[in-house]
Ligand binder design. Sequence first.
Ligand code: SF4
Length: 368
Amino acid sequence: MVTTTTDNDRAEVFSRPAAQINEEGELVVRASSALSCRRSLWYSATGYRPTNPPSDDSLTAMEAGNALEPVVVRAMERAGWKVDPADSQDPQQVAVMIGPGLLVTGHSDGTARMPLDEDEAASEVQMLLFGDVSDAPAYGTEMVVEIKTRGPEAFRRWQTLGAERSHPASVSQAAFYTLGTYDDLRDAVIATMDTGSRTWDYEVIPAERLEKALQDACAWLGELGAHHVRNGPDPDVLPDRDFSVTSWQCRSCPFLDICLPGAAEVDAEEETEEEEVSDQEARDAVAAYAQAQESIREPEKAKRNALDTLKAWMRRKGDAKATVDGRTVSLVQSTRYSVNYRKLNAVLDPETRAGIVTESESEYVRVT
Ligand code: SF4
């Protein structure tokens, strides 16, 4: 692979197409789109006009995410990290040649160094087999930082499952940026903010996991590169579809109407067919729910107060069980267990994690 790093003086580079064919005839794919549908990338590269551009709401969410990046950087710095963010007015482009005439390019969010605690710093010194512990470094090795913002559900999913399982495109993106920045693979960090609670967390992806992500992304894009070599930039010879009409990839695809004409309307009709409840019935249901909530509020409060009183009484008596007016009152001890997902994700590869932390989908209604 050949990597290059160049300065680019336009902030708008962040909004360039997912794929293009450049003046040299090379197929150029954005690192953030490396795992996108290959037919969609082909539409983009061969000049199709999007039929389903992002909605105003999606653009607002995207702009809010971009605007929060400096907030995440400052949060990292407050937590002791040393961050060198990318200059938004003068971003540095990285380019990785992954095959004949096939380039992956992008702009990383910057680099960061993790604060070391005393033990880690001392072990760094010992690893060098010389040096005074007082010279111990305060920060770890510089690595690429990828900054993301996620809604509460996606944030929790990422923390629980780890980045490869929840957002694999972010990991391959970090892998391309790392290779493009250092000409080699080393650990990278993904820092993510929950847009609901405005808390943040990070996951360090070790170099060997980046390598696996890079191999997967190169294999995925390699087939598109081969399609380009075989057919040239022919807009009429399309790669196969990678996703089906019910997938989120298709539903949010900018070329949906070209690729699957009528799918958006069918989708809307199906949704309408499912909708047998009128707006008035929905309003009545919300009112009934609120009334039921209100009616149980006082009894719930009385129950909590009674239990607090009994807890204090049992503690004073020193008994775990007592009989009061024919009812048994017990003071139950329980232990809570929790999993530090950040540490778990750091020590296990995604396949092993998948056998330990499983996920299942459920659907429920929440009224607030
Ligand atoms: S509609 Fe679906 S299959 Fe077609 S290009 Fe878009 S993502 Fe790919």
